[in-house]
Design a binder for this molecule. Structure first.
Ligand SMILES: Nc1ncnc2c1ncn2[C@@H]1O[C@H](COP(=O)(O)OP(=O)(O)OP(=O)(O)O)[C@@H](O)[C@H]1O
Length: 832
């Protein structure tokens, strides 16, 4: 990584027709210096007088950037200057010149690039593949427009983890030859918003960014070098009065100035050594956001400051020179974008995996908790079963089995008391096949191997209860328990047999036998629970609950005794169980996301922008969840609860998204504080200017023509400051408002804590701004009517708010008489 400063080139265009050739700029031969009015010196990297040709500008200022661009560095040229100062002409963005000598920077760059690629291909003999893409964006009234695909509305600005800015969703045209690039330029410049103003018959009313991407694929090393070149033609900075702009044109002017003001603030922050490393207000406008990489980021940047030589534009020229002077001090940190695509992909993958791991960890925790609970329940159920039906504990069972095995050798079973389980049947079949010498003790009884080392059949067991031995028509709980006990015993015997005769055993059959056996056990438990009434319901609930654990693998379906269940009910239960599982998992995911967002918001080092994708993810989850809500959930109240909790989480999300909480993010508080300070400072400045202006106007009435210049200067400054205050006010309002629909309420919130003096200042400021705008749009002597009308309208609007304003100071203030003075000032006095 290397550090380089923003380079600045000054270009002074020739006089144009309507300008009086009265010069005030002095050029020093062979030196990059200019002197304004013989007293202000400026030094830049390049200074071009009106006689310098397009070719000279390209070769001296742009060619070095081109050389870096093809090595893999990003590059940006920013054309800055007042309306009609020659930005579009120099950049060549509005490509319609027939004379090649008049070609601007971009057409020359196109030729340069494809000539270079041809040479490379000839020299490198196909070891590197070259691809060129172009995009063309326009920023008009804070809307980003894709000039190569006007219908495209998917553009967004993204910042990766190391701060690189990328624009996604922008249409990128594949370029194969120089003329393709020029076609793009032409297509885009036709679509660009231009209009005629008093200062330029074809004035660009927007900021335009033409970008060329070069992708060099080094095939042997499987790596790519991607570099971008942005050509930025900024809209002209203009003052409403000077351009005589009204209506839409005036609105454009305000928006253009707001963008340029934000750009100026970014330049100031970056060029101020005392503020190095501090917050840079890139987010204040789309222009600065789009250009974030070119200012203080990973790009070699050249500012082409364009000025008019005309004396009448002296003020604008001076302000452009000051602007450019500040830009000189900005340092960028540039790196070659090697294998950028691969590293980006890996970074994203790591980020994604980290997030997944976080979620999985949480799920696993939840699963463990639920498992523990289930284990506890299982224990108590077993204990209850033992209590009810004398089932021996596992320890007892083991002992019992050992005792039984000891007595089983050579014994014969009683067919009435020993139920035949599938395992036993298998044993019988297996014996028939493998041990021809089996002795069949009785009809229907199980078979026992004649081999002495194999376990012999047990003796008939005495009935556990009297009913078990006497009742054969109705199966009682004790019958079943007895059956259960016998089955355990037999399974154990079978296992022993299998262990001894491994080579003859088909393992899949063993599994099958044990599966049937498990099913049998479940039937038994179900029967017992059913016979215990409410306990059956509990069992079903617990099964449902067990199934609603967050699933790391495929969810298991609840196995119910098929012959005891209504098949429709079984299907319905299965469906609900699966739904329940999904909802539960999603609710947990959302919960985690909300927690994460809250913790992120309390961390001042995390930019708000990083939080947004996570919120979006949560909203996607929420939407799927809400679709499921339409499913008939009457049968499951637990699911309704889940949906309700999902809704409450969603409302939390909505709050975050509507900036209610982001507002209290430390960065936001800092911005608001900063803006308030700036606003107060500007208001003070404006007050002083208004006083000065008043004096000038007074003198002006005394026919002191020499004051005209001063008055004009004041007007312009007041214009500028009003715009800045306007812009800052809007920003404060945007940041402090809870939602767009609720601006009135938030205005009250902003006004309520203000002291009376501050409120007066604020209101008078609003009114004065109206008056100033009125002055800008009408002539000095006819202002009274229109301004008074505007002023009255403003008051009506404020009074309308009065009802909703629960603040006696505001109410009192609105009743205060206000005097409209003929010089355009408004007197708000507390006294009648
Ligand atoms: N160096 C130059 N040589 C000859 N003519 C020039 C030069 N610079 C500008 N012009 C002419 O001056 C006029 C205004 O220039 P241009 O449209 O480029 O201004 P601009 O700064 O882009 O204005 P806007 O911001 O309003 O778009 C055009 O007619 C253009 O041809």
């Amino acid at each position: 990584m290397s550090v380089c400063t923003v380079r600045v080139a000054l270009r002074v265009r020739p006089f144009i027709e309507k300008e009086e050739a009265k010069n005030y700029i002095t050029f020093l031969p062979n030196q990059p210096n200019v002197i304004i009015n013989q007293n202000r010196h400026f030094t830049f990297d390049h200074v071009y007088s009106p006689s310098v040709s397009q070719e000279e500008v390209y070769q001296s200022a742009i060619r070095p950037l081109f050389e870096q661009f093809v090595k893999g560095y990003n590059a940006t040229i920013l054309a800055y200057g007042q309306t009609g100062s020659g930005k579009t002409y120099s950049m060549g963005i509005s490509y319609h010149h027939q004379d090649p000598k008049q070609y601007g920077i971009v057409p020359r760059f196109a030729d340069n690039l494809f000539h270079w690629i041809d040479t490379q291909i000839n020299n490198n003999k196909d070891t590197i593949a070259y691809r060129v893409k172009a995009s063309f964006l326009e920023l008009y009234n804070e809307d980003v427009i894709d000039l190569l695909d006007i219908a495209n509305t998917n553009i967004s600005i993204r910042e990766d983890t190391i701060g690189n800015i990328s624009w996604s969703g922008v249409h990128e045209q594949e370029i194969r030859k120089s003329s393709d690039l020029l076609n793009c330029l032409y297509q885009g410049s036709v679509a660009r918003t231009t209009a005629s103003t008093d200062m330029n018959s074809e004035s660009s009313r927007s900021h335009a960014i033409f970008s060329v991407t070069l992708i060099q694929s080094v095939q042997s090393m499987k790596k790519e070098i991607i570099s971008k070149f942005h050509f930025v033609d900024l809209a002209g900075s203009e003052r409403l009065k000077k351009t005589n702009a009204v209506g839409d044109r005036a609105k454009e002017g305000i928006s253009i100035n707001a963008g340029l003001l934000a750009l100026g603030n970014v330049i100031s922050a970056l060029s101020d050594d005392t503020k190095r490393g501090q917050y840079i207000p890139y987010r204040n406008s789309k222009l600065t956001r789009l250009l974030q990489d070119s200012l203080g980021g990973n790009s070699q940047t050249l500012m082409l400051a364009c000025v008019s030589p005309a004396d009448s534009n002296q003020h604008e020229t001076l302000s452009t020179l000051k602007y450019a002077n500040r830009a000189k001090r900005i340092t960028n940190k540039v790196t070659i974008n090697q294998v950028q695509s691969e590293t980006e992909a890996l970074k994203e993958e790591i980020h994604r995996l980290r997030e997944e791991a976080l979620l999985s960890d949480a799920f696993i925790k939840e699963v463990h908790i639920e498992l523990d609970e289930l284990r506890k329940k299982n224990k108590s159920l077993e204990a209850a079963l033992r209590l009810n039906s004398h089932i021996p504990s596992r320890k007892q069972q083991k002992k019992h089995l050992e005792d039984d095995n000891a007595t089983l050798v050579g014994s014969v079973s009683d067919e009435k008391r020993i139920p035949v389980t599938p395992a036993m049947t298998l044993a019988r079949k297996k014996k028939r096949l493998t041990h021809p010498g089996t002795v069949i003790a009785r009809k229907k009884s199980i078979m026992y191997p004649s081999s002495p080392q194999l376990p012999a059949p047990q003796q008939a067991q005495p009935p556990l209860t009297t009913s078990a031995s006497t009742t054969t028509t109705t199966t009682t709980k004790d019958d079943l328990l007895e059956k259960h006990r016998q089955r355990i015993k037999k399974e154990s015997q079978l296992l022993k047999q299998f262990r001894l005769n491994k080579e003859e055993v088909d393992i899949s059959r063993i599994i099958h036998v044990f599966q049937s056996s498990i099913k049998e056990q479940k039937q038994l438990i179900y029967f017992i629970e059913k016979s215990q009434g409410s306990s059956a319901k509990e069992s079903l609930d617990s099964k449902m609950k067990r199934s609603s654990l967050p699933q790391l693998k495929q969810p298991k379906k609840t196995t119910m005794p098929v012959e005891k269940m209504n098949p429709h009910l079984q299907v319905e239960i299965d469906r609900l169980v699966v739904e329940n599982e999904n909802i539960s998992a999603q609710v947990q995911q959302m919960g985690l996301i909300v927690k994460r967002v809250f913790s992120m918001m309390n961390n001042a080092t995390i930019p708000i922008q990083q939080i947004k994708p996570i919120l979006n993810k949560a909203v996607v989850i929420h939407n799927t969840l809400m679709k499921q809500k339409t499913v008939d959930l009457r049968k499951s109240s637990s699911q309704l609860d889940q949906v309700k909790s999902a809704e409450s989480i969603y409302h939390e999300l909505i709050k975050i998204i509507s900036l209610e909480n982001i507002k209290s993010h430390p960065i936001c508080l800092e911005i608001i504080q900063d803006l308030k300070q700036k606003k107060i400072q500007l208001m003070r400045e404006q007050k002083e200017l208004l006083m000065e202006r008043k004096e000038i106007i007074t003198k002006f009435y005394h026919d002191d023509a020499s004051q005209e210049e001063g008055q004009q200067y004041m007007d312009e400054r007041i214009d500028e400051i009003s715009l800045q205050i306007d812009y800052i006010s809007r920003q404060i309002q945007e940041i402090t408002s809870t939602s767009k629909q609720n601006i009135k309420q938030s205005l009250i919130d902003v006004l309520q804590p203000l002291k009376e003096g501050e409120l007066r200042a604020l209101l008078s400021l609003f009114i004065q701004q109206d008056v100033i705008r009125g002055i800008a749009q009408s002539s000095m002597y006819q202002l009274a009517e229109s301004t008074l009308y505007q002023y009255q309208q403003g008051l009506v609007q404020l009074r309308r708010l009065e009802k909703t304003m629960n603040n006696h100071i505001v109410q009192g203030l609105l009743k205060t008489p206000v005097k409209f003075l003929p010089n355009g000032l408004v007197l708000i006095s507390g006294k009648k």
